[in-house]
Design a protein around this ligand. Structure first.
Ligand code: PMP
Length: 412
């Protein structure tokens, strides 16, 4: 099997650098780093993506989550087409918005209402405002390494474009450390409005970590005892662990849940859902956007939720993710390497533990990408319902060749 070249991507990237800051920015920019990875796609279908050099990839990043039923899913796309024919962003809101809110309320266990926006960060930001509106307090507790978007309060102190004041009411504690939450409450009595966290810990550049036994129950009881709004950021994990909210799999009930990414199978939509107790607070916050009412993405989400339910998608993705990583671990072992898998099966984080410097790990990932399995060295991966056994078999072969290439490289 030959390895891919990325000449056309590189050429276009050089042009882009002249007219787009950083050429490609944000999380796409981080991945577009070296000469050994694709940057621009030509077409995507199911679980595969072609780049403009005509290379084909089995996509294990799923656009960082939105692709949950496969690219160009016919059921979702048909629903979108039909809605586009009627109109998308129009002078009035669409009936599909009400139907989608009803569906989310029926689907997500804690949801009594739904509020729609575009990106995940829109609703994590709204959630923090709702917590402040509901409690009349200032401070938000978050988890070190947790990502909630790019609003100034979510960024690291000192990040370019932010001011000290932006994070002066943010308290960061470590994951799986309820004692630190207890201490924060004791240090700031009556001042903490909300606690925000993903349902399990999925930072970048680090193994992912599930909640310890009793962790969420302790956090939940501390929130209840102290009038703190409990916010789950399910933007990334939403619908890949449990259709009814990832919290259901970890045995606790938040006040607010943020969804995005997979909600519309790639069409731009996010949602904040919450309990009746939060409804007045969210209604009191003035929060909107010109594009928030676009109805085609709502039709996409409605079709996506129906398909996720019909397919028992969280189980499908969990099973295929487990199978993928079991095979990869074995291929690694056969080649004398140890592949550590962390996080949940539908969103596995991979790390080769043989060297501390990550050189073997990074090279192996690059060699996989150069042969058509799109992995990322520092981020959890994503499975979809479009990944099949055929894709897995191809991927294991690619992984095997990539290990051999790593060994060959080390010998030279
Ligand atoms: N929360 C989590 C857990 C995320 O993973 C992300 C995006 N990676 C966000 C919030 C922000 O979502 P968006 O990029 O759609 O604003």
């Amino acid at each position: 099997m030959g390895t891919y070249s990325f000449k056309n991507s590189q050429f276009l990237y050089q042009k882009a650098l002249k007219v787009i800051p950083n050429g490609v920015y944000g999380h796409y920019g981080l991945a577009a780093g070296g000469p050994d990875s694709p940057i621009y796609f030509s077409i995507a279908q199911g679980a595969t993506v072609h780049d403009i050099d005509d290379n084909e990839f089995i996509d294990y990043m799923c656009a960082y989550g939105p692709m949950i039923l496969g690219y160009k899913n016919p059921t979702v796309d048909e629903a979108v087409r039909k809605q586009y024919e009627k109109g998308d962003t129009v002078m009035l809101s669409s009936p599909v918005m009400v139907e989608l809110a009803e569906t989310l309320v029926d689907t997500v266990s804690i949801a009594d209402w739904a509020f729609f926006a575009k990106n995940g960060g829109d609703v994590t930001n709204l959630a923090s405002m709702v917590a402040k509106a509901a409690t009349g307090r200032k401070k938000i507790v978050k988890v070190n390494g947790g990502y909630h978007g790019v609003a100034p309060w979510m960024q690291d102190a000192g990040a370019p474009g932010t001011m000290e004041e932006d994070t002066s009411h943010i308290i960061a504690i470590n994951w799986n450390a309820p004692d630190e939450f207890e201490k924060a409450i004791a240090d700031h009595p009556g001042e903490i409005a909300g606690f925000i966290s993903s349902p399990y810990h999925h930072p970048v550049f680090e193994d992912n970590v599930l909640p310890a036994d009793g962790y969420w129950q302790k956090i939940e009881s501390l929130c209840r005892a102290n009038g703190i709004v409990l916010i789950v950021d399910d933007v990334r994990a939403g619908f890949r662990i449990n259709l009814h909210g990832s919290n259901e799999s970890f045995g606790f009930k938040p006040d607010l849940i943020c969804f995005g990414k997979g909600l519309g199978n790639g069409y731009p939509l996010s949602a904040l859902v919450g309990t009746d107790a939060m409804k007045d607070a969210v209604a009191s916050v003035f929060y909107t956007g010109t594009m928030f009412f676009g109805s085609a993405p709502m039709a996409a989400a409605l079709a996506t939720l129906k398909e996720l339910k019909r397919l028992d998608a969280a189980k499908v993705m969990t099973d295929i993710g487990s199978k993928l990583t079991e095979g990869l671990v074995k291929v690694a072992e056969d080649n004398g390497y140890n592949l550590k898998v962390s996080g949940v099966p539908a969103m596995p984080y991979l790390r080769i533990t043989n060297d501390e410097t990550f050189q073997v790990h990074n090279t192996w990932i690059t060699e996989c990408v150069k042969r058509g399995a799109y992995f990322l060295s520092y981020h959890n991966h994503f499975l979809s319902t479009a990944h099949t056994d055929e894709h897995l078999k191809k991927t294991w072969n690619i992984a095997d060749e990539a290990f051999k290439a790593v060994k060959q490289g080390l010998k030279q």
